[in-house]
Design a protein around this ligand. Structure first.
Ligand code: ARG
Length: 462
């Protein structure tokens, strides 16, 4: 293959060998080959329809590109660093194979609008694949939440026992976060789906192109409205990185809870062996490596978001070579996010809750103290006074190392004469959760309703 630079006409000295390697992107942007070829086929099809290329030239180009794609997919394509990037590698090989027609493919186009189009096509497909994994995870959470709608665990604030909640309710909190993440990804895909092709280097082209037609061939909403904007902005990549960061932040929080819950001290869940690893020195160990790694990967995704923002912030219009640096972070975000979602979706069904342990934990730490206060309020005591009464009873229990429910009626009545035998209905865990019976509350009945609503929204999702 000729490794002659397309710009050789203007240059009298060859590229410095190190500069050539330094400026090349083919090592990583070859990943865009399928999108690059798809875009070129659409471009050539449009050129022929407009009479800019002959039909024979178009056919030669399309056939040549299809053969090249097959070779790339078979791993038989030889990539050349001297040809810098995926675009010039493919074009040079095409010309080598089909001759003159190959040289005409770049009519009315630049690598600037070409690469901007390729990334958008790639990211559009990638987001669809990510959303499919995310959906699998959300479905797995709904199944688990359904099984655990009545399972009682301590709910925490400050990681201190606060009030009893149902495990299903806790899982549905995760589901809510992930539903918003999905809508962020969907928005991002919708906003990026505009076609840069036709912007050429920056100002458009003098050829009578039909951008609407090319956009239609490539499944874009339409052509980008401004050529300078089309080739230069990578806000869609930043937006994706932001949505991915929020999603990774959620996965990291969920991971953190799985890690805590599977510790011997909590023992709320057991993670099946297939998602854990052992220690090379401590024979007793079973470590929750998968959630730990996801928690760790959130950091690198946040880092990429910062890299992309910084990459963009000082670029004058229009295209600058800085933009070549957008690809590796973008690919790394997508790969790590995809892997994290996949493994999380596989892991959720491998979570077995230890219901007895959760219940036991909910019985410690005065989880029903607020219920006692609410009870007193219903008997006519102002809430602040009730708070004080219960505070004193808790202090009494702490001294005696017992729970509120362990106190006798007599003992309880020492703190308020409004307390009656029926108080014990409110001090039970079941009574406590069932009483929180409103939209968004932890009552098992409401959790089931929330799951039904979630399933309906999932079914209607686009
Ligand atoms: N490899 C380049 C990139 O990723 C392609 C566009 C190069 N354009 C240019 N005028 N040097 O952005």
């Amino acid at each position: 293959m000729s490794e002659k630079k397309p710009w050789a006409g203007r240059f009298s000295e060859p590229t410095d060998a190190f500069v050539e390697a330094f400026t090349a992107s083919v090592a990583f942007d070859q990943r865009l080959a399928p999108q690059d070829i798809r875009g070129s086929i659409a471009h050539a099809t449009m050129l022929a329809r407009q009479g800019i290329l002959s039909e024979a030239e178009r056919d030669a180009i399309v056939q040549g590109l299809e053969e090249i794609l097959a070779r790339i997919e078979a791993g038989e394509f030889e990539w050349s660093v001297a040809l810098e990037d995926v675009h010039m590698n493919i074009e040079a090989t095409l010309t080598e194979r089909i001759g003159e027609a190959g040289k005409k493919l770049h009519t009315g186009r630049s690598r600037n609008d070409q690469v901007a189009t390729d990334i958008r096509l790639w990211l559009r497909d990638e987001i669809a694949a990510l959303r499919a994994e995310l959906r699998r995870l959300r479905e797995a959470l709904l199944d688990l939440a359904e099984n655990e709608a009545e399972t009682i665990m301590p709910g925490f604030t400050h990681l201190q026992t606060a009030q009893p909640v149902t495990f299903g309710h806790h899982l549905m909190a995760w589901f809510e976060m992930l539903e918003r993440d999905d809508s962020r990804l969907r928005d991002c895909a919708r906003r990026l789906n505009w076609m840069p092709l036709g912007a050429a280097a920056l100002a458009g082209t003098t050829f009578p192109i039909d951008r609407e037609y090319t956009a239609q061939l490539l499944g874009f909403e339409g052509p980008c409205r401004n050529s300078l904007d089309a080739v230069s902005d990578r806000d869609f990549a930043i937006e994706f990185a932001a949505a991915a960061s929020v999603l990774m932040m959620h996965l990291s929080r969920m991971s953190e809870e799985l890690i805590i819950w599977s510790s011997a001290q909590f023992g709320f869940i057991t993670l099946s062996d297939s998602f854990c690893t052992g220690s090379s020195i401590m024979p007793q160990k079973k470590n929750p490596d998968v959630p730990e790694l996801i928690r760790g990967k959130s950091g690198r995704v946040f880092g990429h978001l910062m890299a992309l923002l910084t990459l963009m912030k000082s670029q004058p219009l229009a295209y600058n070579k800085d933009n070549q640096e957008d690809k590796e972070p973008l690919f790394d975000i997508a790969d790590n996010l995809r892997g994290s979602l996949k493994v999380f979706a596989d892991m959720v069904p491998a979570i077995s809750p230890n219901r007895d342990r959760m219940r036991e934990a909910a019985l410690q730490g005065f989880a029903t103290a607020t219920d006692l206060a609410d009870y007193l309020v219903r008997k006519g005591l102002p809430f602040r006074d009730a708070h004080e009464v219960v505070g004193k009873s808790v202090a009494y229990c702490v001294e005696r190392q017992c729970d509120l429910a362990d106190l006798s009626l007599e003992e309880l009545q020492r703190f308020s004469d409004l307390i009656d035998r029926d108080v014990f209905d409110y001090l039970t865990l079941e009574g406590s959760v069932a009483a929180r019976d409103h939209i968004g509350g932890t009552a098992p009945r409401r959790v089931r309703q929330a799951i039904t609503g979630a399933r309906q929204r999932l079914a209607a999702e686009t």
